[in-house]
Design a protein around this ligand. Structure first.
Ligand code: ADP
Length: 372
């Protein structure tokens, strides 16, 4: 066995801007090679004229479940295929457990289980035969083979369908078989490309629980379009857009640093005057006066959908307005951004985001008019 290549540590935290992030990440500094199961540095991939991945860098510590998000065509599958040794990079380096994915691909494949987006299974085979075949391909032989099969059958809950033909199985069970083949050689790293795509909500929850369980013992990279899935299963989130890494952090970090569109305000003063002046202040926003029941301290309760252009100083401006009118401020709260807000902010251009916000506003106003 070849020794791991030395010197793949990065002296900077994942997310420290050697590339352009829209905001700082708070991911902890990880420099110890032993802790970084996956290391990616300035990775690029061109398909002819198309630059699919642009100088992407990140580290994944051992035992972390990493959610890999991005719109269609962002470069997720390409990055994952490079990490699993299925594609070669145009530039940059990547390593798994210290082994270079390009030059030490046998060592890498030994340590990585991969579930591609298409989950290619042999539909005419029985589950048990297919798993035996997958074990054979992975070089798991002799007594180890049955042990490996027993282990993945239990881990993926395949006992009930073990002797069935794969084409008879539901999509959820087919995904489980795909996961089982990815794990047959007991890899330290699992790379799962949209493992829940096309599943119904019950199946999604089952596979999500399974991934969470698998993630307790392994390092996992998981790409998905389902943001709740990331919230439920992942320790950390990377967002990639047009081949570039645009966000890197825990869910709490990402939501904390991004102001959301809404402010909640409770203020004591003349209702009409407050309403009018808030509407003048947030000209491109939307001021809602909520039922008095919302106000806990005898004031008037408003929710203001803040236009993106005012995100940064919405609270200060509101405070100044209230103070300038000698009204009494009881409550001023910025709603936390959701992962969806973060995703939109990171993956849409400012112009697109403004136009979407405007469209949302019109549909909200339309609904209100419709409801009288
Ligand atoms: P994602 O997984 O985020 O949807 P992909 O990695 O599949 O994104 O694709 C990234 C970009 O690379 C897209 O523009 C896609 O059209 C292009 N691409 C992917 N695979 C190929 C290929 N085999 N040949 C040419 N272009 C490709």
């Amino acid at each position: 066995m070849q020794a791991p290549i030395p010197g793949v540590q990065r002296a900077v935290a994942s997310g420290t801007p050697s590339h352009e992030y829209p905001f700082d990440s708070k991911v902890s500094l990880v420099t110890n090679h032993e802790l970084n199961m996956i290391h990616v540095e300035n990775l690029s991939k061109d398909y002819g004229q198309v630059r699919a991945v642009r100088s992407v860098s990140f580290d994944v510590p051992r035992g972390q479940v990493l959610g890999f998000l991005g719109p269609n065509g962002a470069g997720k599958s390409t990055t994952m295929k490079i990490l699993t040794g299925f594609l070669t990079a145009t530039g940059g380096t990547a390593s798994i457990a210290g082994f270079d994915v390009a030059t030490q691909s046998l060592e890498v494949r030994r340590r990585v289980g991969y579930l591609p987006e298409s989950n290619p299974l042999y539909m005419d085979m029985r589950v048990d035969d297919y798993l035996r075949f997958a074990a054979e391909v992975r070089g798991v032989r002799g007594a180890q083979r049955q042990q490996g099969i027993d282990r993945v059958v239990e881990a993926c809950g395949l006992e009930r369908v073990y002797r069935k033909d794969i084409h008879e199985l539901s999509k959820g069970y087919k995904q489980r078989v795909g996961l089982a083949q990815a794990m047959i050689h007991n890899p330290e790293v699992l790379i799962l490309d949209e493992p829940t795509s096309g599943l119904d909500p019950n199946q999604i929850i089952e596979i999500r629980d399974l991934i969470r369980h698998l993630g307790t013992e392994r390092t996992v990279i998981l790409s998905t379009h389902i943001l709740q899935e990331v919230e439920a299963s992942c320790d950390r989130i990377l967002i990639i857009s047009q081949g570039k890494l645009v966000a890197d952090g825990t869910l709490a970090d990402l939501c904390e640093v991004l102001p959301s569109g809404a402010l909640e305000i409770e203020v004591v003063g003349p209702l009409e005057s407050i309403r009018q002046q808030l509407a003048e202040l947030f000209v491109q926003g939307h001021v809602e006066h909520l039922a008095e029941g919302h106000a806990r301290h005898g004031g008037h309760y408003f929710r203001v959908h803040v236009p993106l252009s005012m995100d940064a100083h919405a609270r200060e401006a509101t405070f100044d307005l209230i103070q300038g009118n000698s009204w009494k401020l009881v409550h001023l709260y910025r709603q936390k951004a959701s992962l969806e807000d973060v995703f939109r902010k990171c993956t849409l251009s400012d112009a697109e985001a403004e136009s979407l916000a405007e469209r949302d506003l019109h549909s909200r106003v339309g609904e209100e008019v419709a409801h009288g």
